[in-house]
Write a protein that binds this ligand. Structure first.
Ligand code: GDP
Ligand code: GDP
Length: 436
């Protein structure tokens, strides 16, 4: 599991500026679960051979309601999930009572905490630091998040105790079978579905292993084929009501997405589609994971509710329409067995290999059918295509002036490749390269 860094501090000290600098913000996942007063943002970053996750806590206001309340609701969760806390203060604003209150919390916390003094640009470092020694959180670390000054050096220092992990965000190897992640917000029925998937006829479940925080792996076999279930929040183990209240962990969800080949994203037909479903789906897609959609709690629904759910999915999940869609009842087991063929198909598409010949033929046929437009009097030429990667598949198209290719034409090509190659269940990435 990658080290997790939480950014904590009062509003306006520069947390989101630093967050954006440290992460590939394209991948950021926003936690906007009901009950949170503010959003938490999760993003991944990399420094040399080390990967990390950053949580931006949005800010502790230190207002009338009391620092304790705000802290408890928002930042404590982030601190809880983190290995490292970066407590940010503002060199320009100087020391503030809210800073002191936050520091009091952090001093009793067991987490490794760094005191980061931001906005030191244009200031004399020594005098800018002087105020903050009194917080009793060790050496103040001067940075300027907007310029990126000292940021790399700080992260390097912060990550020093953590080992290098060279494997990047690549998908795990297929040694013990297809790895399935069951993903979804709290209460959609993940735990019920996991137990169903494992409780199916002719399913043999092997040992459950794993630590408390890493994603738990459950190897099993169905009809002689090996699979590994990547359990997110220990759903399999939850047995009683009090455990159901157990905190939903975004970190574990991110980990499961990273560790699986195929994600089953579970939606709840009773509560309908909500923002958080879209965030999770978006994250699965940007991670390049193969996808199966399971609309759960389909049992006993009124027909209007069914119609509404279908319409919502059509309207809002267009970006995921290449995934197989299943309407299931995890509670009764209806439709659960049908998930397996979709999982197999999605995995097969995600790991397929196509020859350069085949891809180039598809490209040329597509171009023959519809020519790319003229740019400055010259026609954009697309010559050949080859596969640049797998899981998710990457198709690299070579030609001239490809920078000028309109989005609509790219979409046309994407759809054509998808259709001809019968790709279902996985995102496909396209890269366009010019060279003459
Ligand atoms: P957050 O509320 O803690 O997330 O703070 P933001 O990242 O939104 O930053 C608040 C303001 O401080 C913005 O106007 C930033 O441009 C500014 N800011 C952030 N970092 C720096 C810095 O290193 N130097 C200066 N001068 N301004 C900064
Ligand atoms: P999780 O938090 O996503 O793991 O959700 P759980 O599996 O704990 O399920 C949350 C609640 O939804 C429980 O009360 C389940 O009994 C109920 N539930 C799960 N699946 C179904 C279903 O298919 N139909 C109905 N009606 N209820 C379900």
């Amino acid at each position: 599991m990658n080290p997790v860094i939480a950014l904590v501090g009062r509003p306006n000290v520069g947390k989101s500026t630093l967050f954006n600098r440290l992460t590939r913000t394209r991948d950021a996942l926003v936690a906007d679960f009901p009950g949170l007063t503010r959003d938490r943002k999760y993003g991944n970053g990399q420094l040399g051979g080390k990967l990390y996750t950053v949580i931006d806590t949005g800010g502790i206001s230190g207002d009338e309601e009391g620092i304790d309340a705000a802290m408890a609701e928002q930042s404590l969760v982030a601190i809880d999930e983190a290995d490292i806390v970066l407590f940010m203060v503002d060199a320009r604003a100087g020391l503030n009572v809210a800073d002191e209150a936050i520091a009091n919390h952090l001093r009793v916390n067991q987490k490794k905490t760094w005191l980061v003094v931001n906005k030191t640009d244009g200031l004399e470092e020594h005098s800018a630091m002087a105020d903050f020694w009194t917080l009793g959180l060790g050496d103040p670390q001067p940075i300027a998040a907007t310029q990126g000054r000292n940021v790399t050096a700080l992260i390097d220092k912060v990550l020093a105790p953590f080992p290098e992990r060279g494997e990047g965000y690549a998908t795990p190897a297929v040694d013990k079978g297809i790895r399935i992640g069951v993903i979804g917000r709290p209460n959609v029925g993940k735990s019920t579905l996991v137990n169903r998937l494992l409780g199916e006829e002719r399913v043999v479940v092997f040992d459950e292993a794993g630590t408390t925080r890493d994603a738990i792996e459950i190897p099993f076999e169905r009809r002689g084929r090996p699979y590994v279930l990547v359990d997110t929040a220990g759903v399999r183990r939850r047995k009683n009501v009090s455990e159901i209240a157990e905190k939903f962990s975004i970190i574990k969800t991110l980990e499961a997405i990273k560790e699986c080949h195929v994600a089953i994203v579970v939606l709840d037909a009773r509560s309908g589609l909500v923002e958080q479903d879209l965030h999770l789906l978006d994250y699965v897609l940007t991670s390049g994971r193969a996808l199966v959609l399971a609309v759960n709690k389909w049992d006993g629904l009124e027909s209007e509710q069914r119609e509404k759910m279908r319409a919502d999915i059509k309207r809002r999940l267009g970006f995921a329409d290449y995934a197989d869609l299943h309407f299931i009842s995890a509670l009764h087991g209806t439709g659960v067995g049908d998930l397996y063929p979709s999982i197999e198909r999605a995995f097969k598409a995600a790991t397929a290999h196509w020859s350069t010949n085949r891809l180039t033929t598809i490209l040329q046929d597509a171009v023959g059918e519809h020519q790319p437009p003229l740019v400055h009097g010259r026609r954009i030429k697309l010559r050949m295509a080859h596969q640049g990667g797998s899981n998710p598949p990457i198709i690299v198209v070579h030609g001239n002036q490809t920078d000028a290719l309109p989005e609509a034409y790219k979409r046309y090509l994407t759809n054509t490749f998808r259709k001809v190659l019968k790709i279902r269940g996985t995102p496909v990435r396209f890269e366009f390269r010019s060279g003459s």
